[in-house]
Design a protein around this ligand. Structure first.
Ligand SMILES: Nc1ncnc2c1ncn2[C@@H]1O[C@H](COP(=O)(O)OP(=O)(O)OP(=O)(O)O)[C@@H](O)[C@H]1O
Ligand SMILES: [Mg+2]
Length: 369
């Protein structure tokens, strides 16, 4: 996928912004606060209908305005042009158009424009709690299989429904596993099983790819892989899960929430036989995350046949010169890449010879455009 041009209206610091891009490498330069990350954020919004910095689309509307608009013109690997227009207004919410046709179900865009974002805030994936690691896997699976995303949405709905019932029972001081809970559980278990199966097969497919990318990036043979400490074993999943749900009913009613299931899977990133979360150095965390992201790109490409767009926010501030150069070499000329930096000097200090790449430099003005 290649983003040819982008137009923004009332998006963060942009009143209006019009950009044309190179098919290979785009270097976005600008002082602090000039709108570099915002540009990447807008591209991310076209792909996933949300920002990577905030959960609320209203946050990215320009201050004191009521809506934003993003227009992108892409070409896919079959050289077909795809026009994507994503709007959000405080009054009417999201609206998405592909080739000027309104998309009724927003999830239908997921996976169509594959992008990989690497920004300093992503580091929480390896450093933070398990929720972010589950989301890392869920997001990849959603991009390659719309069925996974809809199952996940249904599963989350069942959990919300079950938790509401548990809270009600607590108020009524009812502590029995009754047919109302069982009806919800039978649906919940089915969705949970599908999720567990798909996560399992994802981890099996992804790990060898991840290991290989890590080796190419770091030139050291560390043992790296994703491990899922499943809440419920996959063998006889349905039976085991039901038993667990039943046996914990009193506790669940007391807590007002479902305390077992794939929504609580503890996914760990292993580095030299240990959880990187607790043992990795700062640099090791960064390299690990970068390898995960590069492997994510390769994985999506293998599964969808479409090239991903890489958005690398402040790459040169994140990693040392050798690793930055390795990353750009590993991405190669086949993928369109956007890199932000404060000035060319940052790039010149690295081993990275920009003239070897077909590229465009976009210098953002100091005042908002
Ligand atoms: N909703 C908004 N409306 C208007 N301006 C905003 C909004 N949200 C953030 N800003 C401002 O937009 C500007 C651009 O932010 P952005 O994060 O894109 O800068 P940047 O070029 O990436 O800077 P840095 O080099 O510091 O990372 C900042 O001054 C920020 O405070
Ligand atoms: Mg920034």
């Amino acid at each position: 996928m290649i983003l040819k041009s982008l137009k923004l209206n009332f998006f963060r610091n942009y009143n209006r912004g019009v950009f044309e891009f190179n098919d290979n490498l785009n270097i976005i330069l600008g002082n602090n606060g000039t709108g570099k990350t915002t540009l990447l954020e807008a591209i991310h919004c076209l792909s996933l209908t949300k920002s990577f910095r905030t959960h609320k689309n209203s946050d990215v509307i320009k201050y004191n305005c009521n809506y934003f608009q993003i227009f992108g013109i892409f070409t896919n690997s079959k050289k077909e042009e795809i026009n994507v227009n994503f709007n959000y207004s405080n009054n009417d919410g999201k609206a998405l158009f592909i080739n000027r046709i309104k998309i009724e179900k927003i999830i239908d865009i997921i996976g169509k424009i594959p992008v990989i974002i690497l920004s300093p805030s992503n580091q929480r994936i390896t450093e933070g709690g398990p929720l972010l690691r589950r989301s890392f896997i869920d997001r990849i699976l959603s991009q390659i299989d719309p069925g996974y995303l809809s199952t996940l949405i249904e599963f989350k709905k069942s959990i919300i429904q079950r938790n509401a019932l548990l809270t009600q029972y607590k108020d009524e001081e009812k502590y029995n596993y009754d047919p109302y809970i069982e009806t919800i559980d039978d649906i919940l278990i089915e969705h949970a099983f599908q999720i567990q199966k798909m996560r399992e097969s994802f981890i099996n497919d992804f790990n060898p790819l991840f290991k290989e990318v890590y080796r190419l990036l770091n030139h050291i043979n560390h043992t790296v892989y994703i491990k899922n400490y499943r809440d419920i074993e996959i063998e006889n999943f349905r039976k085991r899960y039901k038993q667990k749900l039943k046996s914990r009913i009193e506790r669940d009613i007391n807590y007002g929430r479902t305390t077992t299931g794939p929504h609580l899977d503890r996914i760990s990133f292993i580095f030299n036989d240990r959880d990187i979360r607790y043992f990795g150095s700062q640099g090791e965390h960064k390299i690990y995350l970068m390898a995960l992201k590069l492997a994510e790109g390769r994985f999506i490409e293998e599964k969808t046949g479409e090239k991903v767009i890489f958005l690398l926010d402040d790459l040169f501030a994140l990693l040392d010169r050798t690793h930055c150069t390795n990353i750009i070499k590993l991405i190669g000329p086949a993928n369109q890449t956007f890199i932000t930096a404060t000035d060319m000097a940052v790039l010149e200090r690295s081993d990275f010879n920009i003239d070897r790449y077909d590229h465009k430099i976009l210098k953002l003005p100091d005042r908002a455009v």
